[in-house]
Design a protein around this ligand. Sequence first.
Ligand code: PRT
Ligand code: ZN
Length: 287
Amino acid sequence: MEATVALKLAIQKSGRLAEASLRLLDDCGIRVTATGKLKAQAAGFPLEVLFLRDDDIPQYVSDGVADIGMVGENEIIERGKDVSSVRPLGFGRCRLSLAVREHVAYSGLDYFQGKRIATSYTGILERFLAQEGLTAEIHEISGSVEIAPSVGMADAIFDIVSTGSTLLLNGLKEVHTVLRSEAHLIAHPHLGPAQQALLEQLAFRIDAVSRARNSKYILLNAPNDRLEAIIRIIPGVKSPTIVPLAQSGWSSVHSVVSEDDFWAVIGDLKTAGAEGILIVPIEKMIG
Ligand code: PRT
Ligand code: ZN
C-alpha cells in the first residue's frame, strides 16, 4: 500500500501568532485539534502540524523537518536560514524599531554612534548599523528588552513595537523604524513534487481566504439616473450586478469593495445618491 503523503506545517505553539495561525487554517477548512502537544494530524487536508517556538520555525523548515511554516518576517530575516517565502499572511503585523529614553533630545541616527543598544535581534541591528556607517555596542537580551535602559544596561533598545504602549510604559520613545513585519508562509527550498503540489493547494485556499478578508460585499439601492456615477465608484470584481427594484425607476446594485477604501467609498456613494447601503462579509473569494 502506498504511504499517504502529508504536508508538515510548523506553527507557533503559543504566543502572538498561535491563535491567528490556527484561525487561518480553520478558515481554509482545515481543523487542527490536540494543541498543547508537539504534533497533531489535521482534518480537511493532508497536513501534519508541528507546534514550535517561533524562533525555531525557520530552522525546522530549512532542515526539512517541517516542509512549511508560519512565522514573522522578523524571525525569518534574523535567523537567516535558507527558506523561501510563499505568501504574506496578513497577521502578526509589527515593526522593529530603535527607541531611546523619552527625555533624550534625539536629532537623528548619529545619536546611536558609540551607544549601547539592547536587543534580541542582533543580526538585523548589526546589518542596519553597518549600512548606516554606525558603530554601537550591541547587548543581546532574550526577553524584556524594554527595561534595559531604566536599569542602566543600555542607552537605547531595538525591539518589536506594535501599539507602542510597552515603550510608553517604560519611559521610552520610538525614534526610527528599521523593518516592518508580518507573518509569512515559508517553505523548504527544495520540496518534493508531492509536497509542492499540496503546498499549491494550500496556497490556493489561503489566497481565497485572504482575498475575502480584504473585501466586503456591498448592496445598495439607487435611482436609475444615478447608476452611472455609482458604478464608477464601485466597479466590482468584473462589473457590478444591477437588479431592478419593484419600485419603478430604482435599482439594487451589488459589488465588492476593498476593506482599505471602504469608508471613503461609503461617503462617495451617499453623495452620489445611494440609499439603504448594506455591507456583508465575504467568506471565500476565488480568482
Ligand atoms: O515562545 P515563543 O518563542 O514562540 O514566542 P515569543 O515570545 O518569542 O514571541 P511572541 O509570541 O511574543 O511573538 C511572536 C511574533 O509575533 C513576533 O516574532 C512578531 O513577528 C509578532 N508580533 C506582532 C509581536 C508583536 N506584534 C508584539 N507586539 N511580537 C512581540 N510583540 C511584543 C513587543 O516586543 C512588546 O514588548 O509585545 C509587546 C507589546 O507591544 P506593544 O507595542 O503593543 O506595547
Ligand atoms: Zn520566540
